[in-house]
Design a protein around this ligand. Structure first.
Ligand code: PMP
Length: 313
């Protein structure tokens, strides 16, 4: 989907809301060349007339600043947690979005061009746009077809998966492009030992005999906020949850498989490597969790109101 940029588009750049033509960045932006930067993906939902609600804004801003800390740019970030959270909401409002996707990026600006460039200023950008179901509306109800990627997730001694870091996404992009070229909606990546990690932009769950199982955080996966949300919802619904490693055989033999992410929300997986999962359609546990998730993010469950940052448009 092409994101529309027009004369009404507003971009937050280093503390100012600018129109898209003014919000230009230097061709010598260090992050553009080498990829060291941190970003987030946050969603807001329409929760009533002229009202939106950002889902788990604080958790996302915290992860953004944690990502900066991991890659040594943390001390040079000029905005506080509260300022970045407020700027995210302002960007939605400036773009007239009651529901939207928010993309903050903290990056190394121009200055020196050696890879170290420790003196270059750290800049911040926040964009927002309307974004429907990441893996398609049909995917949410019918499930999507996936493949195990020929690319592995890089190991702990090479990268830091707990950071949502710009350059680290080369691995995801290659896996996703390979999957799309093969006619699949998404790629699932193994680690070097053959254990299932996550998909190119989602965490992964299997359901077996009523238990919801997902790889543990000690593995090289992103600590997904939707992953954590779904685990809490499952426990609140009385569904057993386990965090443990599993390989591709358990994946193929699962009763249900689903993926979680801010963009993909809760998306069922109906096949992996052309093998049907369960009945080859969305399973009952997935549907239950998906319904509960949408009720929460769309403001219909007061018990989870503390996860919503409501704002007016
Ligand atoms: N893993 C990867 C690699 C991702 O890019 C994402 C999307 N941010 C996720 C998992 C899901 O994370 P979250 O639920 O916080 O969006």
């Amino acid at each position: 989907m092409t994101i529309k940029i027009d004369e009404n588009t507003r971009v937050w750049l280093n503390g100012e809301l600018l129109d898209a033509d003014t919000a230009r960045i230097s061709h010598l932006t260090h992050t553009f060349h080498y990829g060291l930067g941190a970003f987030e993906g946050i969603r807001s939902y329409d929760v009533g007339p002229g009202e939106g609600a950002v889902f788990r804004l604080d958790a996302h801003i915290k992860r953004l600043l944690d990502s900066c800390h991991l890659v040594t740019i943390g001390p040079a970030v000029r905005w506080s947690h509260q300022e970045l959270a407020a700027a995210s909401v302002q960007t939605l409002q400036a773009n007239g979005l009651a529901s939207g996707y928010i993309r903050p990026v903290i990056y190394i600006a121009d200055g020196a061009m050696g890879v170290g460039a420790r003196e270059n200023p750290i800049h911040g950008m926040i964009a927002a746009w309307e974004w429907g179901a990441y893996l398609g509306e049909e995917g949410l109800t019918q499930g999507v077809d996936t493949m195990i990627s020929s690319y592995n997730r890089p190991g702990h001694s090479s990268v830091m998966s707990k950071g949502k870091l710009c350059g680290q996404y080369i691995n995801s992009i290659l896996a996703k492009r390979e999957a799309l070229a093969g006619g699949f909606a998404e790629a699932i990546l193994l680690n070097e030992q053959g254990y299932v990690t996550e998909a190119s932009g989602e965490n992964l769950f299997i359901v077996k005999n009523g238990t919801v199982i997902t790889p543990p955080l000690g593995m090289n996966i992103l600590a997904g906020i939707t992953r954590e949300t779904v685990m809490l919802i499952a426990r609140d619904l009385g569904i057993e949850v386990a965090e443990r490693a599993f390989a591709r055989d358990e994946l193929y033999l699962a009763d249900e498989v689903f993926m979680t992410g801010t963009a993909a929300e809760v998306t069922p997986v109906r096949s992996v490597d052309r093998r049907d999962i369960g009945q080859g359609s969305r399973g009952p546990v997935t549907e239950k969790l998906q319904t509960a998730y949408f009720d929460i993010v769309q403001g219909r469950n007061p018990a989870y109101e503390h996860w919503l940052t409501r704002y007016k448009i």
